[in-house]
Write a protein that binds this ligand. Structure first.
Ligand SMILES: Nc1ncnc2c1ncn2[C@@H]1O[C@H](COP(=O)(O)OP(=O)(O)OP(=O)(O)O)[C@@H](O)[C@H]1O
Length: 218
């Protein structure tokens, strides 16, 4: 997998939030996107995930464009089948059990249910015993791991997490970082995490920081 983020620009009104942001991620690589609140991390992730469009630039996975100022049905399709996303607010479907949430994600993203991968992911994330529970019946830590499970059971090329540790203490932060790294390796995905939590820096070989709309290696 090759993720290529190329000269992404985005403004809200007259305020430029992203000014020509470029970076790349290769097979199985992991990177942290750091930056204080308001620095544009969510905007950049939203663009990669297709929730917002850039004003300039493009994002490609394996040379196939998934985001550009005028994205197409083809780029929507490539993005849909390539990404696993752990949202900051988790976004599990409350009417469905944990297992049904994972099955729904697989059906929507891959067109089929892979029960073996669901079982393996639940097991590795230590929530097999909660497979029948609805999201509101899960503890915060279980719900967080459920959201990670949902992102990996679609066998993504790229696993993305937005502020996965913002509400966690040091021990749980370490656990979630290790689980994200382990699960990305299990499904052979690259890993990109956006966070203001610089405690996560210790776990990642490659860190980028957004500063005044520009991306710097750190
Ligand atoms: N829809 C919008 N309209 C106008 N300004 C916006 C909009 N969305 C975000 N912004 C502004 O753009 C800047 C970047 O916001 P963004 O949410 O990308 O930052 P962030 O680094 O993810 O912040 P946080 O860590 O607090 O979530 C902020 O100043 C924010 O107020």
């Amino acid at each position: 997998m090759q993720l290529q983020v190329d000269a992404i620009g985005k403004s809200y009104g007259t305020t430029a939030v992203l000014k020509g942001v470029s970076f790349s991620l290769s097979d199985g690589e992991q990177a942290l996107l750091l930056g204080p609140s308001g620095s544009g991390k969510s905007t950049l992730l939203n663009i990669i995930c297709g929730l917002q469009r850039p004003d300039q630039g493009s994002v490609a996975i394996d040379n196939q464009v998934i985001a550009s100022p005028d994205s197409t049905a083809k780029s929507d399709e490539v993005r849909r089948t390539s990404l696993g996303i752990v949202f900051q607010t988790l976004r599990l479907v409350s009417a469905l059990s944990l297992r049904a949430n994972l099955e729904l994600a697989q059906k929507l993203q891959t067109g089929r249910v892979d029960s073996g991968l669901i079982d393996e992911s639940l097991d590795r994330l230590d929530i097999s015993h909660r497979a029948g529970a609805r999201p509101f019946q899960l503890s915060q830590g279980e719900a967080q791991r459920a959201a990670i499970a949902r992102a990996v059971v679609v066998s993504p090329k790229l696993l993305i997490a937005d502020e996965p540790t913002s509400a966690l203490d040091r021990e749980n932060t370490r656990r979630v970082a290790e689980l994200l790294i382990e699960m990305a390796k299990t499904v052979g995905a690259g890993l990109l995490i956006a966070t203001h939590d610089d405690r996560l820096g210790d776990f990642f070989p490659q860190n980028y920081a957004l500063d005044q709309g520009e991306l710097k290696s750190c």
